[in-house]
Design a binder for this molecule. Structure first.
Ligand SMILES: [Zn+2]
Length: 388
């Protein structure tokens, strides 16, 4: 019998037998508190992922003094320097160590817990997809790298360069964020830029100041209104999400600041909005007040390129072989798929299980999606690597 004949059936049989193991591993990962700043928990996550990786993979732990350890796992072919398929997952969650949301619970349909869908469920998919291919004797033949970073939820400051380095050695990448509600796969994402707007006025006694006083708060109010007018849905959204300033009601505010989040569809939107922002920021409404805009964090857009569409069609064919229907989704939030996309490497995101309400204490994963999604990932990894 040819090694890959009835591969869908054999992958499904492997996974059906291990549904309980998958949920047990998910429970184990969710019970490791691993907020982005929780180095001890993140180091344990890296250990747990390393321990679960199937045998033919070579493991390398990347240690960072100020971030959780990260894990690079490569098959022999990838280790030997062949162009590889990159599988990306993050071990961190948005929940700090002292969160009250520190349990794992299941009911008939759902699993609940911190990071259960963002993205510990995705990590389970990654491990078991690779394990299935290893079990079937296929993993040694293909060049695959799974990289688990620990800082995605804070903008991937330490892992950004590693993602770029691994992406540059890859012909394609899959990211394990959750799938869409209707079994979608993410073929594109908006980009994001985060800015801090600082306003410097001149402080003084409120009773002595009159019209036209150099209040940083008043200037900031003008700026927020002008900046919010740049909203241009659906291509561009701009949100002044925090404001802060002043020391008391009897004092003219010497300083005020706002934090601004911008989402854009293409690089040209980003450039256009930035130019408009610079103009607004450089034109004070009140004499004697100065504003500065500082870029803090962001990710480039992930456009729905023809190469992403072709990769999606390959995944869609594998879904059909499994009796599944998948659709393509353009998602508004950003992820590490945006970083991969910036290197010109075809990438799909949303390859993890289905669920919702991530970043909230009602976060859940649909248990019934875990096996089908892992089967789809395994088949997609195999076929993508074979046809590369
Ligand atoms: Zn995530």
């Amino acid at each position: 019998m040819h090694q890959t004949s009835d591969l869908p059936g054999r992958v499904q049989a492997y996974m059906q037998d291990r549904q309980a193991d998958m949920l047990a591993f998910l429970r184990k990962l969710v019970l490791i508190q691993s907020g982005s700043r929780n180095k001890a928990g993140l180091d344990r996550m890296a250990d747990a992922m390393a321990a679960a990786m199937p045998t033919p993979m070579t493991l390398q732990t990347l240690a960072f003094p100020d971030h959780g350890n990260m894990l690079v796992a490569k098959t022999p072919a990838a280790q030997a320097g062949e162009k590889q398929l990159l599988v990306l997952g993050h071990t961190d969650t948005v929940f700090p160590a002292d969160t009250a949301f520190n349990f794992y619970r299941e009911d008939e349909d759902k699993s609940y817990g911190p990071g259960v869908i963002d993205m510990k469920g995705g990590l389970v998919c990654g491990v078991f997809a690779l394990s299935a291919l290893a079990h079937l004797g296929l993993l040694e033949q293909i060049p695959v790298c799974m990289f688990c970073n620990s800082d995605e939820e804070i903008g991937s400051p330490a892992s950004w360069d590693v993602i770029c380095r691994e992406a540059d050695q890859s012909f394609a990448a899959f990211v394990l964020e959750c799938g869409g509600k209707e079994n979608e796969i993410v073929t594109g994402r908006k980009g994001k830029s985060g800015y801090r707007l600082d306003v410097r006025g001149q402080s003084g006694h409120a009773a002595q100041a009159g019209q036209g006083k150099p209040s940083a708060i008043l200037e900031l109010a003008h700026k927020v209104i002008a900046l919010e007018a740049l909203n241009d849905p659906p291509r561009v959204s701009l949100n002044a999400g925090t404001v802060q300033g002043g020391i008391g009601p009897n004092t003219v505010a010497g300083h005020a600041e706002a934090r601004i989040d911008i989402r854009f569809t293409g690089e040209e939107d980003d450039r256009r909005v930035k130019a408009a922002m610079d103009k607004i920021v450089g034109t004070p409404a009140i004499p004697g007040v100065a504003c500065t805009l500082t870029y803090e964090t962001g990710r480039p857009p992930m456009p729905q390129t023809p190469a992403n569409e072709r990769l999606f069609e390959m995944v869609q064919q594998q879904a059909e072989r499994l009796g599944q229907t998948v659709r393509s989704e353009f998602r508004h939030g950003v992820s590490d798929a945006n970083v991969v996309a910036s290197r010109g490497v075809p990438v799909l995101d949303g390859m993890g299980p289905l669920g919702d309400l991530d970043h909230s204490e009602r976060e859940y994963m649909l248990k019934a999606s875990l096996v089908p999604r892992t089967c789809l990932l395994a088949l997609s990894i195999w076929h993508c690597s074979r046809s590369a």
